[in-house]
Design a protein around this ligand. Structure first.
Ligand code: SAM
Length: 291
């Protein structure tokens, strides 16, 4: 049996055989440490009946370790040059399907319907391309896919922002968006040395466990997110200033102040101090009134 793909030597041999050159613009930093890969897959709690979706298989380092632990894997890869490589490196795993597509353009619901069983336990597991981490995660969450959760290697700073609590410097609209859909936890910090080429930033493995029920009741989900984006538009401004600059007009200041006070929220507070429950209370109160 051949060696794992994710060893420095085997990776070097594969890249050399195909004359593959990394594209920085596609966030191509491949993992060359089997221990780290196994730790990532452990976080996903897969079993032999699970299905997994991977984004960006590269030369198949993580794909291989996922494939050893579950029933079916579908991997989205944007870079056509990797397709013949994956065909060879993953030939021992016929239950892996590679979809040549930009995941941001893909109809993931359709891919799930076509490749997995109904109600199959499903996880997304990936070492994400860092240039599109946030759009990919938001797409996975907002599309309400039938998945149990997401385990991803991402830039450490982004993982910290996603898992941040109110009142901390990292807390912002991304934290609330992610935590509305999922429970977020940073599972481990990963050194740069396990990648080739080495990225400039530190990395972390983030686990998002999807909620079965939203943590807050909302009258209008779209408005809740609009309110949050407006509240964090300029971090150093007060809630009142951000809202009158970005969502309402200055003429509506008085009415807005009244609603804030009714919700027991001091208008001079900054958005970063409000909990998700407070944002929900405010969004529901504002959705009710014609302001
Ligand atoms: N999984 C491999 C590993 O861990 O060694 C490679 C991870 S590398 C950080 C990111 C991978 O995502 C690359 O293979 C890259 O070509 C692919 N990629 C980049 N943008 C993508 C996109 N929008 N959709 C799908 N794949 C993408």
């Amino acid at each position: 049996m051949s060696k794992d793909i994710a060893t420095p030597n085997r990776t070097k041999d594969i890249l050399k055989k195909y004359g593959f050159t990394f594209k920085k613009s596609l966030g191509q930093n491949f993992l060359i440490d089997t221990n780290i890969l196994n730790n990532i897959v452990d976080c996903a709690d897969l079993n032999n009946e699970s299905g997994a979706i991977e984004i960006g298989p590269g030369i198949g380092a993580l794909t291989e370790q996922i494939a050893k632990r579950c029933e079916k894997v579908v991997a989205f890869e944007i870079d056509q040059r990797l397709l013949p490589i994956l065909k060879e490196t993953l030939s021992a795993y016929p239950h892996v399907t590679v979809v040549h597509s930009d995941v941001l353009e893909a109809d993931i619901h359709k891919v799930i319907r076509e490749n997995f069983k109904e109600n199959q336990d499903l996880m997304v597991v990936a070492n994400l391309p860092y240039y599109v981490t946030t759009p990919i995660l938001l797409k996975l969450l907002e599309e309400k896919l039938p998945i149990r959760g997401i385990v991803v290697m991402i830039q450490k700073e982004v993982a910290e922002r996603i898992a941040a609590k109110p009142g901390t410097k990292d807390y912002g609209s991304l934290s609330i968006a992610a935590q509305y859909y999922a429970e977020a936890r940073t599972e481990m910090i990963v050194p740069k040395t396990v990648f080739v080429p080495q990225p400039n930033v530190d990395s972390a493995v983030l686990k998002l466990t999807l909620r079965t029920e939203p943590p807050v009741k909302l009258k209008d989900e779209g408005f809740f997110f609009k309110l949050i984006r407006a509240s964090f538009a300029q971090r150093r401004k007060t809630l009142m200033n951000n809202l009158t600059n970005n969502l309402y007009t200055k003429n509506e200041r008085e009415k807005l102040e009244k609603v804030l006070l009714e919700c027991d929220i001091d208008p001079t507070r900054r958005g970063e101090t409000l909990s998700m429950e407070e944002f929900a209370l405010l969004a529901n109160a504002l959705a009710d009134m014609e302001i």
